[in-house]
Design a binder for this molecule. Structure first.
Ligand code: ADP
Length: 172
């Protein structure tokens, strides 16, 4: 049984993430998307919202599961019975961080390996942060995220605006 974990913040999930999910799911018997419950990063969406958006976006993929996790990724992998971590690489700028993470995870647990999917060219520029930046400025994000996610992003900013949150620009 080849079971892998694809961990990330997914704040929110983009077509770039979904491309990595679909491609990695093809070579795995089971893919668990691990949504990081990261209080330090002050995400736009709660972990529950990020899990819901991913479940909606991957409901056509039968052997893909979505779960929230906190703490060490290698511990979550062991608990889940997975020995492979999937990550995506967009550009050289991703490389240094991803290399360090895969090396520290190997030191923490030598049984667990990381495999990398290089981005498809059409998604090379795409990140959750850029989606939030464009939406915050009132731009069209329909090319970047599924429709249900798009609605949630716009609603979230509308909500924040009406609450008079001046911090948005600084945070995202
Ligand atoms: P994290 O906060 O852990 O970096 P992200 O949600 O930003 O979480 O990303 C999760 C993973 O998906 C990372 O490995 C990242 O490099 C990858 N990724 C993000 N966007 C893309 C994309 N457009 N194409 C390929 N991989 C991507």
């Amino acid at each position: 049984m080849k079971r892998a974990i694809y961990p990330g913040s997914f704040d929110p999930v983009t077509f770039g993430h979904l491309d990595v999910i679909e491609r990695s799911a093809k070579i795995m018997d089971e893919l668990i998307i691990g949504v990081l419950n990261n209080t330090a990063k002050s995400p736009l969406f709660s972990v529950e919202e990020r899990v819901t958006m991913l479940k909606e976006a991957t409901c056509h993929l039968p052997h893909v599961r979505v779960e929230a996790f906190g703490g060490l990724l290698v511990d979550f992998a062991v608990q889940s019975g997975a020995n492979t971590i999937v990550r995506g690489l967009r550009a050289v700028t991703d490389f240094e961080y991803e290399l360090q993470m895969s090396q520290i995870n190997t030191v923490l647990n030598p049984e667990i390996d990381t495999v990398f999917f290089t981005t498809r060219l059409q998604y090379a520029y795409l990140s959750s942060s850029i989606v939030k930046e464009v939406a915050l400025m009132g731009g069209d994000i329909s090319k970047f995220v599924p429709e249900s996610v798009m609605k949630r992003v716009y609603n979230k900013f509308k909500l924040k605006e009406s609450m008079g949150n001046e911090q948005d620009r600084a945070d995202y």
